[in-house]
Design a binder for this molecule. Sequence first.
Ligand code: GAL
Length: 817
Amino acid sequence: MTIIVERRTLLAGAGAAAAALPFARAIAGTVPTMPSPRRITPIDDGWRFHLGHAADPAQDFGFGASHDTYAKSGDAGTPVATPKFDDSGWATVRLPHDWANALPYERFGPPGSEADKTGSYQGFKPVGRRFPANSVGWYRRRLDIPATEAGRRLRLEFDGATRDVMVILNGFFVGRSESGYAPFSVDITDFAVPGGDNILVVRCDVSLGEAWSYEGAGLYRHVRLVSSAPTHIRQWGVAVRSEVGAGRATIRIATELVNDGPAATVTLRSAVIGPDGRRLAEVVEQQVALPAWGGRTVDQVATVADPQLWSPETPHIHRLESAVIRDGMAVDADTTRFGIRTFRFDAKAGFFVNGKPVKIKGTCNHQDHAGVGFAVPDSLHRWRIEQLKAMGSNAYRSTHHPAPPAVLDACDELGILVLDETRQMSSNPEAMGQLERMIRRDRNRACVFLWSIGNEEVHRATATGAAIARTMKRRIYELDGTRPITEAFNGHFGEGASPVLDVMGFNYYLDGIDPFHAAHPDVPTIGTETASTVMTRGVYARDDKAQLVPAYDTDFPRWASTAARWWTLYDARPWLSGGFVWTGFDYKGEPTPYESWPSNASNFGQMDSCGFPKDNYYYYKAWWGAEPVLHLFPHWDWAGREGQPVDVWVHSNGEAVELFLNGRSLGTKTVERGRHLAWSVPYAPGRIEARSRHANGKRLVAVRETTGAPAAIRLSSDRRRLRPGEVAVIRAAIVDGKGREVPTAAKLIKFALTGPGRILGVGNGDPRSLEADEAEQRSTFNGLAMALVEAGPGGGALRLEAQASGLRSAMLPILTD
Ligand code: GAL
């Protein structure tokens, strides 16, 4: 690959096309660098946490140093913000942290009441206005700001915190955030005392929520301290746009420089680094004149020859390394990950990546996981994306909020397209601020292919909705302009804000899709949300009393459909770009169809809340994935139902499948694209077996056997070697004497970890379970339980042991680096 070096000089006021100066290697390649021009310090550790009011149960504010009825700038009116406050009685926590997850489940009201329904939507975690004592949490820590930071700009970056968040440094209110999902940052330069005792306090109030499902509580994403020179690149101030041409890509770079000080002249060096770490191109802008306490945007163009394009199959990530050079010294540096690729929507032919048609096979997802709630470690986010990819999915919609950075990292690297969505569809300053932060943060992401400005908004079909959409769209185009926008409409397709959208987003209402296309044949379309099939893992009959739904592809709420109905409809229409299933994983809250105690988790996932596949996972794997699939269900443990018919289903992408019961053929059936096969089989214990024949000659066999009594525990994990901070998802199964998993077993498993790590939490995927998540024991649900093991620092061997009364125990070794 050729290295292409381009350089220009931007003289004061001369504009972007100023004359070129001879290239100076000393400036472009080997300038001395300050030891670390930009210092980024993660502050996930070292927090003290207090649930509830921090100092006085009646009032946390209003007893400042000099008065007791009001606060003043510099005297936040709470002793918690003063250095002498004693927080030694507070809990020690590490981020990500979700205090709601640790609270015991609690009833909100009598069965059938509105409060009961609300509680089920919140996953029966007692936070919110009904539980004021649990709805405020205080975080406090000393911030180590060395004396060498004097004269530099300092800011705190929060990736996200729920929900009404106040940041106090050294007694000063320094910032506030009103959304649990948008990232925010706070400039603390004026308030920090380099070399002094700096006390940081963050107060999170979750009395009000933003969603109709569980939302966690507190500092559930990362926080960091960023120190930069007065002359620096603005946070998310780099926009990289690539255009792919014949044999080369043109990289257009816009860099927003900020100068918090007297007028300065700097050089901006931008280098494109290829996926293999090689420097592919470099552009140098010399003599950039920055006004005092001002800034300017520098436009640069680089060229990359024979670019390695990003696509779902080839997720090549490039980096742009930006350096601000002043007086021959690099004073600030920033790294921006991006991808070189083209996306295109076509109203008649669907969606294209690099000119190739790609059908969107997506899932919608919330961001909680069993065991940890909202406090999902980065490596668990990645594990979740890996499971979705293994299902054959190539796209992710973060509902209904901007995706966590770790999800975007994983999607960039694993080739998963992302529909990124803002939380609040409005053009008021708060909502526009949230939107702007999402666009700036994510606009360089290789994986993000579409922006969503809203979901099922009440004003979607009105003139007000259209006006708001226009304002949001204008801003998105200013900040990005390389991706179209959509909005998720549930019905009313074509009305209100619809004409403003570049891509019409359909949530459900399959019958409205063809009429929309007939009336608007020139508008690209996508299924922003589909399916909502309800299924409980391992359950094969609806039982409303027990609050269980069958895992066959049969049950769904009024607005929704089966997997087979929506996917066959979308699959048959090339003009539909594809769609997003509601949901990839079960999540806490919204336990449709049982909106009542004790149901506290959804039934919508293709996987349960632990990530254990339900049967419909294999429907999608068969029709989305590339591999031959044969999945036979239900299990074959129906003691007491001898002679009675059992509905036996097969999900397979083969040509034909033959079914056998205890060696006797029950007939061969031909597979129809996008459909399952079904037999009604009178139950007889023993062995039921399916054999499939595939187009490539491959043959598969799937077997279910009647199992014996539970005899032992079996532990497994696809991650057996962890780096510090990484998480392994441990699957614990109950097996019989012959090592066969017992699909109905309910046993309490006690986990114990030895070595440098900890058990973060446990789960079992039962949507009604009221057992503690942050615990070291869990009952199995339909034979399975899960534990999350996190490696601590320092390396060494971990051993997870699992015991259950009357069963042979199990041990799983995990190595750490
Ligand atoms: C949609 C909504 C989702 C979820 C889903 C359940 O209407 O956008 O957030 O509630 O229904 O089917």
